[in-house]
Design a protein around this ligand. Structure first.
Ligand code: GLU
Length: 443
């Protein structure tokens, strides 16, 4: 049997680190099992879904490297939902309800004040045909509830193990609103049936939905897919992911210059028993991916860990890969190999390119020392050994060594107190600019 997975975002916003994690886990599991990965846009909410967000989600997924085998939009699927609606209605699994929002709210409050669970009382099931006709004559349109079997629904969850949800304590869910539009549940199940989805992997906030979805699958005469519910992400302090950490949208990560592979490396392992390691390619993330290694406990997402991974990925990135994203006119392999160990995000390379090409204002504490050192600079253009030759000469002739020798030279040549290896930097800066900076000039 071919496996088929889906990632089903609602295009009512940009992808967030939490849903990107679900996309990645679905994609990895699909690839691991040789199956298919479907991108399903849950765009039935016409007021909140936009084309811009739908495109943004696709752009973000492509940026992460998570290509999909098929794209489906719920807004194209109205007929399939109507057919399912008619079937459930004909089978007596949907019943019309006429309560207004206020009436329902009143019922709820009354139940709560009597310390009863706020579960829908099914009073609409008692309505006679005359009462229904009277409501219709008043201009009320019904919303439709799914008649739940009051049973315990069980499944074996790939993350949570054996799960049991007692549907007796749940309200019959509204599947169709009074304006005729279906809410999330019915389209989601109908799509999972029609697209032959074999595995539904989503956030653990959907556990109780899954119980009622299983009942809807069965009511539609369809086979029930497998499920995995992934615990939600928490902030580094164990609290909810907060605004304090920034918006945490993929779009922002991309604009901040983070590498997609640092995000993939982190999100594929966070919350699992495997260590998070920097990986440069999705193939390496795929290797060793196993959903059963995810734990039931919430995982902590720390933006500092992401930056740290990003730096590690850049430190090992070959020129072949860096050259396309570096975007610095004239910067070549020598430059990249020299500075890659000193950046956290690719954008930081620009500051080192500025150090190499100038203008740089040297940091000068002792001009006399620098002037004397400049006289000892080896003749001709700077090569790989020039720095060593030069600093040996300065040590010998001027009697300075260690930090007292290297720091003033670094500060004069780069305007910085730390940075890449100076033997390489001297070659990149070149003789002319080095002499000017040693003379205290901005060059
Ligand atoms: N659009 C739903 C959500 O984003 C999909 C949930 C699901 O995977 O079924 O929560």
């Amino acid at each position: 049997m071919t496996t088929k997975f889906r990632f089903a975002p609602s295009p009512t916003g940009y992808l967030h680190v939490g849903n990107a994690r679900l996309a990645l886990i679905n994609w990895l599991y699909a690839r691991k099992s040789g199956g298919e990965f479907v991108l399903r846009l849950d765009d039935t909410d016409e007021e909140r879904s936009t084309e811009e967000f739908a495109n943004g989600i696709q752009e973000d997924l492509k940026w992460l490297g998570l290509e999909w085998d098929d794209l489906k939009k719920q807004s194209d699927r109205g007929e399939a939902y109507t057919a399912a609606f008619e079937k459930l209605k004909a089978d007596g699994r949907l019943y019309p309800c006429y309560e207004t929002g206020e009436e329902l709210e009143y019922k709820r409050k009354r139940q709560l004040s009597r310390r009863l669970p706020p579960v829908y009382d099914r009073s609409a099931l008692e309505l006679t045909d005359e009462q229904k006709a009277a409501y219709e004559a008043e201009g009320r349109k019904p919303h439709w509830r799914f008649l739940l079997d009051q049973e315990v629904v069980k499944w074996n969850d790939h993350v949570r193990g054996d799960v049991e949800v007692d549907c007796a304590s749940m309200s019959d869910p509204v599947l169709i609103r009074s304006d005729g539009r279906p809410l999330y549940h019915l389209p989601s199940v109908v799509d999972d049936v029609d697209f032959a989805i074999t595995h539904v992997i989503r956030g653990e906030d959907h556990v109780s939905n899954t119980a009622l979805h299983i009942q809807i699958f069965k009511a539609l005469g369809a086979s029930v897919p497998e499920f995995a519910h992934i615990p939600l992400l928490m902030g580094p302090d164990g609290g909810p992911l907060s605004k304090r950490l920034g918006s945490l949208s993929l779009k922002d990560f991309r604009e901040d210059g983070l590498e997609p592979m640092s995000i993939n490396s982190l999100l594929a392992r966070l919350g699992s028993s495997d260590n998070v390691e920097p990986r440069s390619h999705l193939d390496q993330v795929l290797e060793g991916f196993d959903i059963s290694r995810f734990s039931r406990a919430a995982a902590k997402f720390d933006p500092a860990e992401l930056r740290n991974l990003n730096a590690k990925i850049l430190h090992d990135m070959p020129w072949e890969e860096a050259k396309d994203c570096l975007n610095l006119e004239g910067a070549g392999e020598d430059f990249w190999m020299t500075i890659r160990g000193n950046i956290e995000v690719i954008k930081d390379a620009a500051a080192w390119w500025q150090v190499v090409t100038g203008p740089v204002t040297p940091v000068v504490e002792d001009q006399e020392f620098l002037t004397k050192a400049a006289e000892l600079l080896p003749a001709g253009e700077m090569g790989d050994d020039s720095w060593k030759e030069w600093t040996n000469a300065v040590k010998e002739m001027l009697g300075v060594k260690g930090k007292a020798l290297f720091m003033p030279l670094r500060q004069a040549l780069t305007g910085q107190s730390r940075g890449p290896e100076m033997d390489k930097m001297l070659v990149l800066i070149g003789r002319e600019k080095a002499l000017a900076r040693l003379a205290g000039e901005t060059a």
